[in-house]
Design a protein around this ligand. Sequence first.
Ligand SMILES: O=C([O-])CC(=O)C(=O)O
Ligand SMILES: [Mg+2]
Length: 646
Amino acid sequence: MAFPIDHSLADLTKLNLLPKSHGHASDMFPFRLSVFPRVHLSLRTSTSRLLSSLGSKVDPNGSVLIETTTPPEPSPDVTGGVQDVYGEDAATEDMPITPWSLSVASGYTLLRDPHHNKGLAFSQRERDAHYLRGLLPPTVISQDLQVKKMMHTLRHYQVPLQRYMAMMDLQETNERLFYKLLIEHVEELLPVVYTPTVGEACQKYGSIFLRPQGLFISLKEKGKILEVLRNWPEKNIQVIVVTDGERILGLGDLGCQGMGIPVGKLSLYTALGGVRPSACLPVTIDVGTNNEKLLNDEFYIGLRQRRATGEEYAELMHEFMTAVKQNYGEKVVIQFEDFANHNAFDLLAKYGTTHLVFNDDIQGTASVVLAGLIGALRFVGGPLANHRFLFLGAGEAGTGIAELIALEISKKCQIPLEEARKNIWLVDSKGLIVSSRKESIQHFKKPWAHDHKPIKELVDAVKAIKPTVLIGTSGVGQTFTQEVVETMAELNEKPIILSLSNPTSQSECTAEQAYKWSKGRAIFASGSPFAPVEYEGKTFVPGQANNAYIFPGFGLGLIMSGTIRVHDDMLLAASEALAEQLMEEHYEKGMIFPPFRNIRKISARIAAKVAAKAYELGLATRLPQPKELEKCAESSMYSPSYHSYR
Ligand SMILES: O=C([O-])CC(=O)C(=O)O
Ligand SMILES: [Mg+2]
């Protein structure tokens, strides 16, 4: 909707583009809100001068983009998405009514606005209409050609971190092109924007840091967190991924530099799950770091102090959680990511009853691994209840997976949970977790302390427990030694071996080692990707058992149903949905997960099953329930294609 007309503020009010009782104009401008509809107007000189004096960047032609909160037409988009005139951002019924907003959308500024920039894809007419003439070279190219060109450039970079930086730069200059690239080349680019490269990026974040991509909330912001949230330009937030950087992948405490993780996870929320980029908020809580190397690194970007703990930590987290609910309501998904064990379980328990929280490392990983196991059973046969599980690592992922397996067994076999836990054993840094252990056992490990004599070494535990499934969640690389894998292969015709620790350097063993040492009999998957392996003339395709299969669809399911709490049954529903997508053509190649290239379809199926479960449990608030949830999920997904700026 373009109005090439001359208006004063009073005219805008008459046109219903401004609130009627706006008082002094300056009261209206602290707000920036991307909402429907956007109306392009030319303003009278006096008006543009006023806007400029209020700090708005009005281009010399006085052309600005006014965004109003005019109520949107009823929309089929259940995530609250209402396509605006540019078909882009969305408004929701739940959106707080903020007076209105203003953002510049023409000329040089438009080229610098990552949400609207199209680079060389601006048509000649758009160049005229938006004061772009001369600011671009004459060629006009399609978005498809831009994708081709960018892939060509990326493939020329030899160093993974260069590719990461090029992708981050693209995200910051042309958001739609970034997402089109990621969606269309997901298998190739996932390792660039996500594990393993994001791990290295976090380690070097201080040096490669160009522009902030999320909110940094440090101890210095104590007492002001609500204000900090309001500094974020987008108001209609649907998903927050938050970390405190204490356990970044298997790389340990990276403090404030953990920001790469929420940024990466949220780009997958959009690319894989179709949640609008403007609805995603990456947050890093900075309470210091115990990483000496970072504390002494002149380029470190975080607070230079050791980690605050106890009450000081709890108070900051509580202020954050309270402010989020106050600012965004109770239907915003808060995904906890890469917290250390000692906080992760407590935060999930504490806020699980008051907020819509989800811990990706405990619950997301569990859900994806359960799906992989259901897939693996097609090769090895037998129900889950007939298998014996041994974990190396008894932290968030280990105990989270163990518990979800037990829950599934208990439901399927209708036996008590305690009974279902009996075939599941965990090894931590002190050895097999047994009830007779002298040292105290952390609360989250206690359900797994079965009766057995103590065993120190993993290989001896394998020999004693005789697992059919070995799962590594230790965060320590190369701990599945040749002897461990060979023992698994002696005990089982088809040993299931999952090396889940990230990034690749922390994987318990490589795909090649698993296939070689088991003489090609292992059913293998890892947290970070490994290329297919040739062994004795046969090609083995390792699976990537990464929570990226689950969280984007899971989050979409919560959002589209307006769910207010996460329930374990939703995790089971997500696992089943993922496992259902494993087709004969996949498992014939030895795969236990469907390929990532179908991920948007997979996410839609997961979202539908999660939403259906939420409705069944009475936790969904978006009523009435849409009839065809999967179609609903698909149609609500963000599309990265450019829109015409007429
Ligand atoms: O980020 C990943 O690749 C998986 C994950 O959550 C972790 O390892 O903490
Ligand atoms: Mg994680």
